[in-house]
Write a protein that binds this ligand. Structure first.
Ligand code: PBG
Length: 327
């Protein structure tokens, strides 16, 4: 046998050498922790998402403190709204005393250093469980009517202290409209993180269980993207950039790493990827069954998402991962 001239294994020989040649590093600062909240005074374990909790107002402050202690400095808030407050147009999103605005004010007062990201979409507030307003006759999700409501939602969130507004609804033109609405109210410094390529994914199942926000009829395929499409993500990217997005997102993350990479290469904006509830649950289910090592698999999946081109990752493993990275 001719001895090989090139031996890539040389650089893998010791931990110190491997650290020197490592191309991707994961840090707690890259992570965003999505948290669920409700108005009840008790913290409730979420059945559909083992390991995650729906926090009471006090519990939310406690988890925010733990998040900061772990070195993670960004939260994204998802409210579970009482059935009684839901209606077909999501009126509750304009309530300045609603669960999200109250939570934002409490968090801002206690932890001004925390970056607060809010979801803009109607699904937790809609009696139809859709991200937009459903036309009662045709069942069509009404785009422009919805965008008007989303603008009000964004302004209420900004007024209550949101640093970053994240529209996840996938209505056309909403990024530009929200930018204009924020600016008109003086919130020129509030950022927009656009869910640019959000796919109509079955990996969102556990999340909808956690918020009781599944669509009552039909699915979300007329507004979320077809998982089969990649070029279309570029089209959404160019539109969101032109409309003034500050950051763009790909969601889910793991099954869409090619999209993360393509978006990374096509934009100079920061790119976020959302490791969604179903991705979290697959790791948790396997770990809880003793089939996979939670820590190793979770960190490997996050590293893969970062390597594909994500600057930041929304993940339900954020607190665990930050702890493991600090070990
Ligand atoms: C709703 C929204 C969803 C998620 C974030 N915002 C669900 C959906 O579009 O049905 C999913 C997050 C997850 O699964 O972790 N606008």
């Amino acid at each position: 046998m001719i001895p090989p001239l090139h031996r890539p294994r040389r650089s893998r020989r010791t931990p110190a050498l491997r650290d020197l040649v490592r191309e991707t590093t994961l840090s707690a600062h890259d992570l965003v922790y999505p948290v669920f909240l409700h108005a009840d005074q008790e913290d409730v374990a979420i059945e559909a998402m083992p390991g995650q909790t729906r926090w009471s107002p006090d519990g939310l402050l406690r988890v925010a403190e733990r998040t900061l202690e772990a070195g993670v400095r960004a939260l994204v808030l998802f409210p579970k709204i009482e059935d009684g407050a839901k209606d077909s147009t999501g009126t509750e999103v304009s309530n300045e005393e609603g669960l999200v605005p109250r939570s934002l004010r409490a968090l801002k007062a206690r932890f001004p250093e925390l970056a607060l990201i809010t979801d803009v979409a109607l699904d937790p507030y809609s009696s139809d469980g859709h991200d937009g307003i459903v036309d009662p006759d045709s069942g069509v999700i009404l785009n422009d009517e919805t965008v008007e409501v989303l603008c009000r939602q964004a302004v209420v969130q900004a007024r209550a202290g949101a640093d970053v507004i994240a529209p996840s609804d996938m209505m056309d033109g909403r990024v530009g409209a929200i930018r204009e609405a924020l600016d008109a109210e003086g919130f020129t410094d509030v950022s927009i993180l656009a869910y640019t390529a959000k796919y109509a994914s079955s990996f969102y199942g556990p999340f909808r269980g956690a918020l009781d926000s599944a669509p009552k009829d039909g699915d979300k395929k007329t507004y979320q993207m077809d998982p089969a499409n990649a070029r279309e993500a570029m089209r959404e990217l160019y539109l969101d950039e032109a409309e003034g997005a500050d950051m763009v997102m790909v969601k889910p993350a793991g099954p869409y790493l090619d999209i993360v990479r393509a978006v990374r290469e096509a934009t100079t904006l920061p790119v976020a990827a959302y490791q969604v509830s179903g991705e979290y649950l697959m790791i948790e289910a396997a770990a809880r069954s003793g089939w996979l090592d939670r820590r190793e698999v979770a960190l490997e999946s996050l590293t893969g998402i970062k390597r594909a081109g994500a600057d930041m990752i929304l993940t339900y493993h954020a607190l665990d991962a930050a702890g493991w990275l600090a070990d």
